[in-house]
Design a protein around this ligand. Sequence first.
Ligand SMILES: C=C(C[SeH])C(=O)N1CCC[C@H]1C(=O)O
Ligand SMILES: [Zn+2]
Length: 599
Amino acid sequence: SNDLSEQAAAEYLKKLNKEFGEKANLATNAEWDYGSNITPETLEKKLNVSAEIAKWKKNKWVETIKYPWKTYKDENIKRQFKFATILGMAALPEDKFKRLDEVTSKMESIYSTAKICDFHNKSNCNLSLEPEITEILRKSRDPEELKHIWVEWHKASGGKCKKLFEEYVQISNEGAKLNNMTDLAELWNFDFESDAFEKDILELWSQVKPLYLQMHAYMRKKLWDKYGENVLSRTGPIPAHLMGNMWAQTWSNLFDFTAPYPGLESLDVTDELIKQNYTALKMFKVAENFFTSLNLSAMPPLFWERSIIEKPEGKELVCHASAWDFYNGEDFRIKMCTRVEMEDLLTIHHEMGHIQYFLQYKDQPYLYKEGANSGFHEAVGDVIFLSAATTKHLQRLGLLKGQNSNDDKQELNSLFQRALDKVSFLPFGLLMDLYRWNIFKGKTLPATYNRDWWLLREKYQGVEPPVDRTEQDFDPAAKYHIVASVPYVRYFVSFIIQFQFHRSLCIEAGEFDPNNPSSKPLHECSIYQSAKAGNLLGNMLKLGSSKPWPDAMEVLTGQRKMDGTALLQFFQPLHDWLKEQNEKTGEKIGWEPSKRNFG
Ligand SMILES: C=C(C[SeH])C(=O)N1CCC[C@H]1C(=O)O
Ligand SMILES: [Zn+2]
């Protein structure tokens, strides 16, 4: 119709949201069928469905932009048009769209099906990232074995994706320009609705960097004590293969020999989970119980019927954990190759946080079925786990006996364990997209893809490769989000704001009082069974992306800005202890330049 009035536009949006939801359901089903069973047939189906829908979107877009939406009065209508007029990669010509989809799918399947040979048994070359390689990195304390696993994985995954990645950058930057964006970085950061976003992010990093440097110096000393000068220098960057994680992004697997008080009952409850015959399902039920204790939603029937929570036999699938909204108000799933370990108990809470957000905003129009920004979506489950991982709650679950009730020491160990999860992650969460933004902006070119990666890893994370690198290597693509084209600064944002959310929910639950110095410290707070806290969180989640994220944050915390202060307050006792400890041992804070060749 040629009636472009605000009333007509409102009607148009109702229809558009309904149609978008139906198409999104089709696309999600095709993506699920491929992600849970990687075959040429499921790939073909996925590529065809997504090409069809891209064509449909483009035709819709031509109609949508006819409406003079910027002149309308209603903020809600204007906001929905603002989202509906961003076409994304569907703006590309059909053949380029299809090629981009092929290239990204090919990189994701190389990553998801990559196998390497075992260090001890050279004839066993069937080790996948999950569970085999992840398990070895978690448990092995043999630097030679760790080096082998690191080098082989980076060859089998990243090394095979360099050409594909160059093509991916080329086409997707073209797609961004067709959206009137300068480059893909601008399109990726669109949902943060801020023209100072990169500056704000670097400001947050400068707030928390001193704490990271103390953790880094302390961990390097512990690694040096254990492995000696031949494996790592006491004053240089830390070799990346020693951290218990393929990307050195979280260090919780090193708890046993790095905790401030190693002799106490271990807070890594993995052994207890196994002893108590926990299954993946039981871990999921424990996580669900935390959400329902807050008067939030239980997982719906289809969740339990259709989720994949253990790695199936006899087929290839994308094991990287993910949460799925099928946009029909009843079908929500997690796909995860769960291992019975504490690390996966965190990931289960993380993924279930996504599902909870889907459930809370399921009555919003399609265009608002998103997080307030993508960092909010990554924070929900982690906020819950900050409570679930307290000694108080682990004891309540019977996973901690609390034998040696030397509380102060045990509480410091607990805070240290949280820092191994959270503080260690901060520079990695930042550099993953600093690296890609530079590529999309043309500041990093293919000739120095690998060198520039390691320069950032050294500068922000203080890690170095265990062996020299060349430009035949392409180490960034050894990380899922790089090959699957998933933006990453959302996790850095999440690791900052989740402490703002946790602090506000603890106050709401009466578990923390910032004005009462004798109140329990923030890191000992658990909001378990607080319907008050749950209602406050639910009120924010229900908004979806219907309001700019500062409004959503204000609903929950009374603040309108991301702010590292809550994280620093949470870790204050540990920060003080680390400074004292590093002074005692005369640690150098920071690191000398790496002696490795970066490519
Ligand atoms: C668990 C997920 C799926 Se949204 C994930 O990718 N995360 C969660 C924390 C950081 C990041 C990673 O694994 O690198
Ligand atoms: Zn997530």
